[in-house]
Design a protein around this ligand. Sequence first.
Ligand SMILES: Cc1cc2nc3c(=O)[nH]c(=O)nc-3n(C[C@H](O)[C@H](O)[C@H](O)COP(=O)(O)OP(=O)(O)OC[C@H]3O[C@@H](n4cnc5c(N)ncnc54)[C@H](O)[C@@H]3O)c2cc1C
Length: 422
Amino acid sequence: METTRRDFGKLAMVAGAATLFTPNIARAATQKLVVVGGGPGGATVAKYVADGSNGAIDVTLVEQNPLHTTCFFSNLYLGDFWELDKLTHGYTAMQNRGVNMVYQRAAQVATGSVTLDDGTVLEADRVVVAPGIDFKFDDYEGYDEHVAATRIPHAYKAGAQTQLLKKQLESMREGGTFIIAPPPNPFRCPPGPYERVSMAASLLKRTNPTAKILILDAKDKFSKMALFQEAWERHTPGMVEFVPGEFTGGGIASVDAQAMTITTKDDEEFEGDVINMIPAQKAGQIAIDSGLTGDGDWAPVDPVTMESTLVTGVHVLGDASIAGDMPKSGFSANSQAKVVANQVRAAMGDGKAFPPRFRNTCWSLLGQDDGVKVGADYKSGDEKIAKTEGFISQVGEDADTRQATAVEAVGWYEAITADVWA
Ligand SMILES: Cc1cc2nc3c(=O)[nH]c(=O)nc-3n(C[C@H](O)[C@H](O)[C@H](O)COP(=O)(O)OP(=O)(O)OC[C@H]3O[C@@H](n4cnc5c(N)ncnc54)[C@H](O)[C@@H]3O)c2cc1C
């Protein structure tokens, strides 16, 4: 179709308007935010700043993988309640809303810049870092990334190791022993290892009912302990045995991948047919390499802005941060991200900062149509993010309540993944 004189006039007007407005947009968009980590923490910040600032802030999200597989609900995959591909999310929607996606590992962050693995330096007025966790392999003899990837998975970053663990559980010899070694505090998702026990028990009940599950814990107590223990007795009586930290000497000292044995700090050796060793944890390596953790394992932050107390202009959130009373969870990371998005925009001259409010709920599936939850509200105190009030499911709840909680958990998964990646 030919362009008529009238069309040409319209085009000229639009072009004129664009010329008129460009300087304003350009001036406003000189503020640059670079976010490292496209999990529920980082991706939520990128999305909310991009949407909220409406082009006034140029947002770049640096993520080392083109797809993110959520750890939350990966236990349900182990239990055969959820498909693995339902756990995987991409960044197309992020790109569509104007976020610049950089699929590369970031090597270091500093005040005003992010340096990528290939040496490229991205300049930034503010930096947000949400790299999740890494593992303290050095705390254990005989356990490293290679052993974890090939023989004794931790499966505490969802993906290939989660698939390996599932295959191992499915093909375990009849009446075999599955050993799970939960880590010392603090670690990602406090109920995670115990929901995993419930899901493994649920799978084994169908495929291998004489199997045993042995929990060699670093701790004496764990999140929702009474609720989990009640459920194990209800669904799979006698299958699960819990050995507390008191009797392991505080956890695991070494692993022998050839012999398939695991030795506690009390020097007691256990043999397993399948072993799930979940090591002690620390902030994602980039936080450590960038001086955000100081002498510790986690990044201290201001309780209002979540800006690092060690590196100015860099905010840390999610699992990598010390977020006061908040547990390390996807729900927490997403909640913190909305606060950080607001604080970052305000610090960049785009809008007003509001008093932070945080929330968390962790649901756990115990079996078919059987769920429990724990949660709390939090606010910023002078020293830390402090719990204000909380709730927890009760031992002995009726089947309808537990079913409603399980349904609620699925609704939460759909809602949070849409909030972060859609
Ligand atoms: C088995 C299990 C069950 C769980 N269940 C629940 C649950 O039911 N509810 C719940 O709320 N939470 C749950 N969690 C916890 C939840 O998964 C984490 O707390 C949450 O993912 C933390 O979000 P994050 O954004 O801080 O880090 P992550 O989700 O780890 O995201 C970090 C992202 O940063 C990227 N990254 C890291 N370093 C770099 C770098 N240098 N350069 C570029 N990219 C980088 C990573 O690739 C990743 O995509 C569970 C965890 C596990 C292991």
